[in-house]
Design a protein around this ligand. Sequence first.
Ligand SMILES: Cc1cc2nc3c(=O)[nH]c(=O)nc-3n(C[C@H](O)[C@H](O)[C@H](O)COP(=O)(O)OP(=O)(O)OC[C@H]3O[C@@H](n4cnc5c(N)ncnc54)[C@H](O)[C@@H]3O)c2cc1C
Length: 410
Amino acid sequence: MNKKYDVIVIGGGASGLMSAGVAGESGQRVLLLEKMEKLGRKIRITGKGRCNLTNNKIKEEFLNKIRSGATFFERAYDTFSNFKTMEFFEQQGLPLVEERGGRVYPESGDAWDVVRTLEKWCSKNRVEIRKDVLVERVEKKDGAVSGVIANGEFIESPKVIIATGGFSYPSTGSTGDGCRFAYNLGHNIVPVRPSLVPFELKIFGISELKGLLLKNIALSLLVDNVLKETLQGEVEFYEFGMGGATTLRLSSEAVDAIDEGKKAKFILDLKPALSVAKLQGRIKRELDALKTITVAELLRKLMPKQMIQIILKQSGFQARKMVSTLSEEDILKIISTIKNVEMPIIDHRGFKEAIITAGGVSLKEINPKTMESTIVKGLFFAGEVMDLDADTGGFNLQIAFSTAYLAGKK
Ligand SMILES: Cc1cc2nc3c(=O)[nH]c(=O)nc-3n(C[C@H](O)[C@H](O)[C@H](O)COP(=O)(O)OP(=O)(O)OC[C@H]3O[C@@H](n4cnc5c(N)ncnc54)[C@H](O)[C@@H]3O)c2cc1C
């Protein structure tokens, strides 16, 4: 290995590969250091192995999906947008497809193809890639970066890009090293929290729901009994609680509430498309047709069987009670429970299961036009290591690509 480079990139994930390739394209001598034995370990598991690499929403809608740091991110977006990202991958020989909600995937359906494409592009731009190399420290001299210590050796460079990701899914190599480097160099770190994460719920019979996927539901988040947001979509159950797309979209506010010691709960509407009156009509029709139906049998006609015990428990009716013996008020109580299943949150899960990390290197100390630190000359940031995060749908990888493009530019 040489001991002197124009640019050193720490991390071979989405942002590291993109920034190294961009830097290499301008003819600079670039070294990319990755501590794992393979590049892009996290990319490989994105989008359930298919890699939802960006989203084709127009600018305004795109920026609306950025939960933290949208104003800061706008400059990076303008320079290397989602549309440029799609053009880039297609030009590198990776055909893409667009799916529901504007999500963009490689046509092959294989996330590894995204890693291979980026790696090939880096090689074409003569980036020197070293795997199994752990960067231990970033060195500075007279207020400017001077290089890094990696595997115990000093490697010199006037420009270092920290592209080490956040703390989530540490098994992929993202263990928060970049935040430590930045902190040691004088940067402020906005407290990190798991985001886009499942929740442990306090519901009778929750473990029975394991594996259940509910589509076309509405989920509301209440903090200290105040309604924060209601979203429609799908939820998925685990032995301990609930995740799935809609839960994840509500997760950042719920995580903050829990961490602040507030009471948070979800309210699940199993039939958002049906008003109370319509549900009353539906139940009446079932009753007219089947006269001798029990409450459990009625519920089975309205929802997956795993949900029945929860509705019975929360509405206070016996499974075997005949619907014909119920009063109008009783029916309304059952309907109300179906539309308002109470799901108090015990806790959020940790970084091991979080899609992204909220918090990170404070954006106040990074120039949004270049991604350079305003504290240490020659120190740059790209991707999730910064206090930038977004909803699911391809927005987080786009954050990595756009910020990396700016950081890598000469
Ligand atoms: C299960 C899952 C699914 C996801 N699905 C999607 C999706 O479909 N679409 C989407 O937009 N986003 C998705 N995300 C989020 C997205 O993957 C991340 O936001 C993105 O990968 C961040 O890229 P990054 O380059 O900043 O960091 P990372 O991808 O975390 O890469 C950082 C790299 O730096 C290396 N590194 C760390 N420290 C050191 C060190 N000291 N020395 C050397 N190397 C180091 C790591 O090994 C790692 O390879 C998903 C995340 C997860 C966990």
